[in-house]
Design a protein around this ligand. Structure first.
Ligand code: NDP
Ligand code: OXD
Length: 310
């Protein structure tokens, strides 16, 4: 009998077992390290699983990521290259991410950090009203998550642009693409949001050069991946005042080491890779559907292109 192996160290297996069994009570589900007969495993559900663990399942048909990003799976040297990898595009995950992006942009736009600092001194602070029509947001990555956040910010009146690999036609959103489009995109962006996947092409994309192409006083919001940021370059740009503030959810090392300067930097807000976390009940139906599809010889939904890495 074919079986599904849950091997995602990042998540609580109990919640996932309930949700997946709720979506398909007949599912034979095993939780790492209780693998049983390896030949019975045809689908692995993964997220942050230990790298280089023995993953030789002779009948594996699918590696299903339990999140949107697959960088950790794609760079795992033990991943069998012939097995398809699918990822999640999920309503709850998308909503959560847009909430995070809107929260960070609005917090800066409405100058909340200044009011909080003034309150600490019991100071009645008079500030000029912010003009939303001039608050230019730029989103690196106009995919499932970037597009939703872009449309929601645009609906609030922000001028929004997106940067992607290929050109996009999203109503109301200015599209920039490719290496040539990046400097122009950055030059018009006051609030930079990174929602790119981490690939060899996007690693270190937020660096001294790209930060210097943003206007002085720009803000950086990164819920993409820590590997997108060259930390020393961002810290230098914050310390010089060129970048006003950064909100960071993801880091080159997670958990962020206690001695890392981001924790105590007055111009950095840290959240612990929690911008949007997969809700098992929301994602379970599409996972069960993908299991059904590969067992019937069909391609899974939301297939990752191994050449692009996302
Ligand atoms: P998608 O694959 O839907 O979108 C990716 C976007 O990035 C696409 O627009 C793509 O362009 C663009 N892109 C990729 N490579 C390049 C490149 N070299 N140059 C320019 N543009 C590029 O991903 P999602 O929106 O679903 O997710 C994005 C990322 O968000 C995830 O990979 C993950 O890292 C992160 N994430 C973080 C979470 C958190 O809690 N912090 C939660 C969930 C996701 P094109 O369309 O032209 O191919
Ligand atoms: C994801 C994440 O990729 O949680 O879904 O980071």
């Amino acid at each position: 009998m074919p079986a599904v192996l849950f091997n995602a160290t990042f998540f609580d297996p109990a919640l996932w077992v309930d949700a997946l069994k709720g979506a398909d009570p007949a599912l034979e589900l095993r939780v790492w390290p209780e693998v049983g007969n390896r030949a019975e495993i045809d689908v692995v559900l993964g997220w942050g699983q230990p790298r280089n663990s023995d993953k030789t399942y002779p009948n594996l048909k699918l590696i299903q990521a339990l999140g949107a990003g697959v960088d950790h799976i794609m760079r795992d040297p033990a991943r069998p290259p012939e097995v398809p990898v699918a990822r999640l595009i999920d309503r709850a995950l998308t909503t959560g991410m847009s909430e995070y992006v809107l929260l960070a942009v609005l917090r800066y736009h409405r100058q909340l950090p200044l009011f909080e600092a003034a309150q600490a001194k019991a100071e009645w602070l008079d500030l000029a009203a912010p003009d939303t029509t001039k608050a230019r947001v730029g989103i690196l990555g106009l995919g499932a998550l970037g597009t939703d956040a872009a449309l929601k910010l645009s609906a609030l009146g922000f001028p929004v642009a997106g940067w992607s690999r290929t050109p996009k036609a999203v109503p109301g959103i200015e599209s920039f693409h490719g290496a040539d489009g990046l400097p122009r995109f950055l030059a018009r962006t006051q609030f930079l949001v990174c929602l790119l996947p981490l690939t060899p092409d996007t690693r270190g994309i937020i660096n001294a050069t790209t930060l210097s192409q943003l206007p002085a006083g720009a803000y950086v919001i990164n819920p993409g991946r820590g590997g997108h940021v060259v930390d020393e370059d961002l810290l230098a740009a914050l310390d010089s005042g060129h970048i006003a503030h950064a909100t960071l959810d993801v880091f080159n090392r997670e958990p962020l080491p206690t001695e890392h300067p981001y924790w105590r930097h007055p111009k950095v807000t840290v959240t612990p890779h929690s911008a949007s976390v997969t809700v098992p009940e929301s994602a379970a139906p599409q996972i069960v559907e993908n299991i059904r599809r590969v067992r019937e010889g069909l391609a899974p939904h939301n297939l990752v292109d191994p050449a692009r890495g996302y």
